[in-house]
Structure formats: C-alpha cells, structure tokens
Design a protein around this ligand. Structure first.
Ligand code: ME8
Length: 670
C-alpha cells in the first residue's frame, strides 16, 4: 500500500484578487505535492476559497452584487492564477459548497450535543474587519491589537466553544510533538502565549441580524457560524467529498478515515493562532486526530514596504508570470527566502537570479549540450566511453543529491532543496570547463567528446528530475531537449534517480531558450524605477482583474515582448521603405483585405493588407506608410502582394505605421 500525503493551503478570502503571498503558499504546497507524487505516494493537495463572513459580504455590497455572485466571480481569479502557475491541486474547495455546509453543521451539532458549545450573553469589543472579539485587556490604545483599527462595544447573546478546557492538553501536544508547529520560533511563540495567558472560550456564532452571509447554526437558526469555524473545517470536509477515492472506495467516511489527518497545513504567520489554537482544540473536542504539522511561513513585502492596496504596491503574480514565465516566479519565491522567514520582492533581485541562475547556469547548459550534440553527433546522444576521474566526480555529485533533497523537503526547507539540486548544475558547468568539449572537437577526439556530452546530457536528465517539483514545465523542456519523451508527471523518483537512465541514440530537440536573459535597460518603469503613473496603471489593472469573467479567462495571455534577440546584421536584412499609398480598394468577398498601390520611389507596388476592418480604403489614400520591400511576393485570395505594410495591433484594432514628417517615397526606414 502506498503512503498517503495530504497537504493544504489556507483557503483564501474572495474579497480581493490574489497576490504574491497567496501564490507563495500555493507554490510551496504544489512543490511538496509534486515531490510526493514523484516518490510514488498517494497525494491529496487541497486549496480553495473562503467565501463567507463579513469581509466578503462587505466586498460584495461595495460592488453591488449578492455575496454568492461576487464569490463566483472572485474565486475564478484564484483558479485562473493556479492554472497559470501550473498548480497541480487535486481539489478546490469553496466554503459555499453544499457538501461543506453539511459537514460544518454536523460538527457544530456534535460539539453542542457533547456539551462543548454553550449560549452566553457576551459583552466585549468587536473588530469588524477582523471579525473577532477582544477583551478590554487585549486592546492596544483602545484599538484592535491585530490591525489597529477602532473597535465597537457589543453586547449580545452568542454561542461559545469551550476552548479554554483544552489549554493544558494543547500545551502537552505541542511539547510532545516538536514538529507540530514549525518553524521553531513560531512554535515557541505559541507555547509562550499558551503558558502565560489564560485561554478563553471562542465565540463561534454571529446573530443573523448582524451578519447573514454564513452557515446557519443547526440548533439555532437565528445565528450563522463564525467564519473561522466554517473555514477551518474545510480541511476535514474536503476529505469526504473532494479527496481521491480511498483505496477504491468513494464512501465519504472511508475517504475521511483514509485522508485525515493532513500531513501539512501550510499557512502564513498571520493565521497561525487560528490554526494552532482554534483548529487544534476544535479537533480535540471532536476527538479527531490532529494534523501532522502546521507550518507558518513568513511575510512578503515589496521593496521593503508592506504591500497594500492603498499603496498600490501589491505584487501581482500575473504580471510577473506574463513577463517571465511561471517557473521563474516559482523558482524565485522558493529560492530567495528560507521558508519561515519574511521575504522581500524586488525586481532587481528577481532579474539577478533570473539572469545568473536560470539563464546562465541552467539555460546555457542545456543549449550548449544540445548544440554540440547536433553539431558533432548529428543530433543523437552519443554513448559514454570509459569513465575518467572528472566523469566519476560528476556522477558522484549527482548521486549525493536525492538523499539531501529528501531531507530538505521533509523540513520544508525549499531554498536549501534548490541549493542542493543546483550543486549538480554548477558541477556540470564546471565539468564543461574541465573537459573543454570544443577543444576535443578540434582535436577530432570524438570518443572522449561523446563521453563528455553523454555525461552532460545525463546530468541534465537528473537535473530535470530534481527540479521538476519546483519548475515542472522547465524540467519537461529539459527532458524533451535531450530526447526524453516520457512525461515527468508520470515518473517515479526511484526509477529515475540512478545514473545512466538516458539511452544513447536519443534524438535531441532544439527548442526555445529556457530563460532568455532579461535586459535591464528595458526595466525602467518596472519595480524600483516605477513611476506614479505606473502605480496608477497597476491599480487600474487590479480593478480590471476583479471584473474579469470566465469567458475572458479563455483569452490567451499576452506574450512577453520579444525574448529572442537578433543581431543588427539580421535586422539590416529587412528592407523597410517609406511608401505613399496612391490607390486603395477592398478585395472582393473579403472583410479584411485591401488592395493598395504604393509608390516606393523606384516603382509602384501592389500590396495586399489585412487592414480592412480598421480602415475604409478612402482613409488610406495619400498616407505615407512603411513597407517591407524585400519580401518574396505572396498571393492572398489569388491576388499578388509585392510587400507588406507595417501596422500595430491590439486585438482586432489595427493602426498603420506612418511617418510624421514629409518623406520622399522610397526613403529607407532603419
Ligand atoms: O486568512 N506574504 O485568507 P487570506 C506571505 N481565509 N503570505 C501571504 C501574504 C504576504 N504578504 N499575504 C497573504 C485568510 N498571504 C483566511 C484563511 S484558512 C482555513 C482561512 C498568504 O486571503 C498566507 O498564506 O487573507 C496567508 O496566511 C494567507 O495568504 C491569507 O489569505
């Protein structure tokens, strides 16, 4: 029977669009899920959205929508981003799912019947944005100790979970299980708090008169349950109706028994108390097993500043991914900061890692090997000959990695894991220098050259395996590049981690550069050099994102601007000329095509252009445009076109490129 592995992320509020912090936790969970699948374990990776409560209700009211309609739109932002980031979750839970509601109500009823929930009149200070009560003593300067906002004095009847009765047991559990709360510093924080403060009971209801958007308390329909009672239950409820069948059984109870408890709840440090105290004591009261581990990671800031909507400095993962790809973003966030510590996102740091580690170290290694196998061995991986000292060192470097990365990931030390995997990238690059394959080629030492290239390609195969959990699509591209057809998603670490898995004779495939270098001079306006108007643009984009519908989600993402660089010589091959349009008419039976007569100084050319939806022929006559004058003639709907007209496009709208001074027809454009 294979081992099971169950990992969760927080379920995110649908009152806002996702940002780097949400992406971070989810990428970390995805890396673990992929790694454990690679180990052949049965994996359940759960993420989702938290859709009830005051925050969401308020966000919906602000947009003039019913809370559910608002949640339906907002949840798609998360789902779309997870797709874009190659998140391989097995399930996406929404707290508005009917099946989830049933479980929440069942747990409330159970606790009530066990005498663990009591009705009391409560008088206290309430922080509306945080949705929680505070005692007089807890307030800081008369304000909410968490967010610093004003609190309201409220007196009302409510239901309380008798959490205080579990204080001693919780302390014992944390002390007996050193891995229960991690990192160590957070564990000490929670223990410190539990040992010095008296744990109160937890108010788990809200009168419907004050908040209607929630799950009804089954034994008193005048109340809904507190959003955290509802939200935390997701980890358990999902096992019943969203988990993979348990050893073939789809029976909800069997699935819960199989998948519960979770191995890891990954959360940010902001929600450690709710998880380590509320959730743990809820489970104790329900007599259910506790999760294996709650890991509270650190907080991301942007260039040293807290990210906030009002500052307009929230890092939108969509923007980074659209420009540089999902894998570079995944790599950066996990490599840059030890999991558990706070981190800072700066474009400068991102570009540095991208160019040095991804483009130079990794991307160049693949393209060098690929090019040399193509040039010297007709594109087929050559066989390895007798092993020499440096070959052995390379092989041994590779052999040491699986044990180290397994230990790293068992501690959720993602940055160390990447450092350890990278030792093979670095070793392979050094191996290139040591063996100077280009000199071997010059000397016609094809036997040794073949060996060197085989060993490098084999290293790349292993690098692909090790990096797969963090950079799944890059890993697959590396494999395809060295002629491996198998899908890494279906591979097993135990079968792939030995040296020599690459068969000689596989045909390498030259693909695009894995990570085309980012030119810093193009970075003005991004990150540190950002201007006020960029901030405004970003804010607008965020607002636009919030409006997106499912249909828009189908639109292809904009592609990064020209990553493929060319030399000036290549550019000079294109003969661009100013041309004057002297006649224009629509091509019959075509909506798009217009036939133009264009004077290019030395002659008049017939050019067929697809601009008919944006221009009437009469608007075109007299314009001084730019023509590619040295294109081979081509026929469009049977009409010969002797050149191409340049135009800019956004969606369906085209704008013909014109020159803004009086230029003679035929003037060179360069
Ligand atoms: O708290 N840095 O949802 P939420 C790092 N619905 N991580 C960050 C971050 C940042 N700047 N900002 C957000 C909720 N996160 C509840 C959870 S779970 C049963 C209910 C990440 O949308 C981090 O994981 O406010 C944090 O814990 C989570 O998003 C909070 O997401």
């Amino acid at each position: 029977m294979s081992k099971k592995f169950y990992v969760t992320t927080p379920i995110y509020y649908v009152n806002d669009v996702p940002h780097i912090g949400h992406a971070y936790t989810t990428i970390a969970a995805d890396t673990l899920a992929r790694y454990h699948r690679l180990k052949g374990e049965a994996v359940f990776f759960l993420t989702g959205t938290d859709e009830h409560g005051q925050k969401v209700e308020k966000a919906a009211v602000d947009r003039g929508l019913a809370p559910k309609a608002h949640a339906d739109i907002m949840t798609q932002n998360f789902q779309r981003l997870w797709q874009k980031l190659h998140i391989s979750h097995d399930a996406f839970i929404r707290t508005t799912d009917a099946e989830h509601r049933v479980v929440v109500q069942e747990l409330l009823q159970r606790l009530y019947e066990k005498g663990q929930i009591e009705r009391r009149t409560y008088e206290g200070w309430y922080c509306t944005p945080d949705e929680r009560f505070w005692t007089e003593k807890e307030l800081v300067g008369g304000r909410c100790p968490d967010c610093g906002r004003p609190v309201e004095r409220i007196s009302e009847d409510n239901y309380f979970f008798l959490m205080s009765g579990y204080q001693a047991r919780l302390i014992r559990h944390i002390e007996d299980n050193p891995g229960y709360i991690r990192p160590e510093s957070r564990r000490n924080e929670v223990l410190g708090f539990l040992k010095t403060q008296v744990l109160g009971d937890l108010c788990i209801s809200r009168p419907k008169s004050r908040l209607a958007w929630g799950i009804e308390i089954p034994f008193d329909r005048d109340f809904v349950t507190y959003v955290w009672f509802d939200a935390l239950t997701n980890y358990l409820s999902a096992t019943r109706y969203l988990s993979p069948p348990a050893q073939g059984s789809t029976d909800p109870k069997a699935r819960e028994r199989y998948w519960w408890p979770a191995d890891h709840h990954l959360v940010g440090k902001d929600i450690l108390t709710t998880h380590s105290v509320y959730w743990s004591t809820m489970l104790m009261a329900l007599e259910l097993p506790l999760p294996g581990n709650i890991f509270a990671h650190g907080w991301w800031t942007q260039e040293g500043r807290k990210m906030s909507k009002s500052l307009g400095n929230v890092v939108d993962p969509n923007e980074v991914v659209d420009s540089y790809g999902a894998d570079a973003f995944r790599y950066f966030v996990l490599r840059e900061v030890p999991f558990g510590l706070d981190g800072d996102f700066s474009p400068e740091a991102f570009i540095t890692r991208f160019n040095t580690e991804l483009a130079n170290d990794l991307g160049n290694l693949l393209s060098r090997v690929n090019t040399m196998v193509n040039r010297y061995f007709g594109g087929k991986i050559p066989p390895a000959g007798a092993e020499e000292a440096s070959d052995r060192e390379l092989r041994e470097a590779a052999a040491g990695i699986p044990g180290r990365i397994d230990a790293d990931l068992s501690l959720l030390a993602f940055n160390r894991y990447l450092q350890d995997a990278w030792t093979l990238v670095t070793r392979a690059n050094r191996y290139v220098e040591e063996n100077a394959p280009w000199t071997l080629a010059k000397k016609q030492d094809m036997g040794r050259l073949g060996s060197v290239l085989y060993n490098l390609a084999e290293s790349l195969r292993l690098i692909g395996v090790y990096l797969y959990p963090v950079m799944p699509s890059t890993a697959q591209k590396i494999w395809n590049g060295i002629g491996m057809d198998k899908q890494l998603t279906r591979c097993r670490l135990s079968e792939e981690q030995g040296w020599g898995g690459l068969g000689p004779g596989s045909a390498v495939r030259s693909g695009e550069q894995l990570f085309p270098r980012i030119e810093r001079k193009n970075q003005a306006g991004r990150g540190s050099a950002r201007t006020d108007s960029d901030e405004v643009k970003r804010k607008k984009n965020r607002e636009k994102n919030m409006e997106k519908t499912a249909e828009e989600a189908q639109e292809p993402a904009p592609q990064p601007a020209g990553p493929e660089l060319m030399g000036i010589d290549d550019f000079m091959k294109i003969d661009l000329r100013v041309g004057k349009i002297i006649a224009a008419e629509r091509v019959e039976k075509s909506e798009k095509l217009v036939k133009l007569s264009v004077d290019i100084g030395t002659e008049t050319r017939q050019v067929v252009a697809g601009i008919g939806k944006s221009y009437a022929p009469e608007e075109l006559t007299g314009k001084a445009v730019v023509i590619v004058a040295n294109l081979k003639p081509a026929k469009l709907m049977g009409i010969e076109s002797q050149g191409m007209l340049l135009a800019a496009s956004t969606g369906d709208t085209l704008s013909v490129i014109t020159v803004d001074r009086d230029m003679r027809p035929g003037a060179r454009v360069k």
